[in-house]
Design a protein around this ligand. Structure first.
Ligand code: AMP
Length: 139
C-alpha cells in the first residue's frame, strides 16, 4: 500500500486538521489522541511520510524514539501514572487504523483497564486541559 498524503495525521502535520499539540521539533510532532484509551494518551508522529516502522527513515525513527523518551516522563508526572505503555502498531492486522507511523504513550494504573482502541471521542475541553498539564511537565 502506498503512503496516502491525505491521511488524517498528514493533514494534522500540514495544519489542515486540528490537533491538541503537546510538543514539536524539527522531526516530530506530538498531540493528544482524540479517542484516548486512558486520560493522557499522547501520539508521537514523524514529520516524514511513512506508513509504518518499515518505511520510516532511520533518522526519523530515532527522532520519534527520542520524543517518546522525552514525553513519556512528562505524561507520567502529569497523570501520576505508575506505568506507561508505549505502543506502535504496524499494519491493519496488528490493529493499525491510521497509516502514518505513530507511537502511543498511554498511562497505566493497576486495576484500571484501558478503554477500547479508537472508539469514543473525548471532550475537547478536557483534552485541552490534559495537553496543558503535560506541557507543564516537559523538561
Ligand atoms: P492506530 O490504531 O495505532 O493506527 O492508532 C490511531 C490512533 O489515532 C487511535 O488511537 C485514534 O484514537 C487516534 N486518532 C484518530 N484520528 C485522530 C485525530 N484526528 N486526532 C488525534 N487522534 C486521532
Amino acid at each position: 500500500m502506498a503512503y496516502d498524503n491525505n491521511n488524517i495525521f498528514a493533514k494534522i502535520l500540514r495544519g489542515e486538521a486540528p490537533s491538541f499539540k503537546v510538543y514539536e521539533d524539527d522531526k516530530t510532532y506530538a498531540f493528544m489522541d482524540v479517542m484516548p484509551q486512558a486520560d493522557g494518551h499522547v501520539l508521537v508522529i514523524p514529520k516524514f511520510p511513512a506508513e509504518d516502522l518499515f518505511d520510516l527513515d532511520p533518522e526519523y525513527a530515532a527522532a520519534v524514539a527520542l520524543t517518546v523518551q522525552k514525553l513519556a516522563p512528562a505524561v507520567k508526572r502529569a497523570f501520576k501514572a505508575p506505568g506507561i505503555m508505549i505502543a506502535q502498531l504496524n499494519g491493519a492486522e496488528a490493529g493499525q487504523t491510521v497509516f502514518h507511523l505513530h507511537s502511543h504513550i498511554i498511562p497505566r494504573f493497576s486495576g484500571l483497564e484501558m478503554k477500547l482502541h479508537a472508539r469514543q471521542l473525548a471532550d475537547f475541553e478536557m483534552l485541552k486541559k490534559h495537553a496543558a498539564a503535560i506541557i507543564a511537565e516537559i523538561k
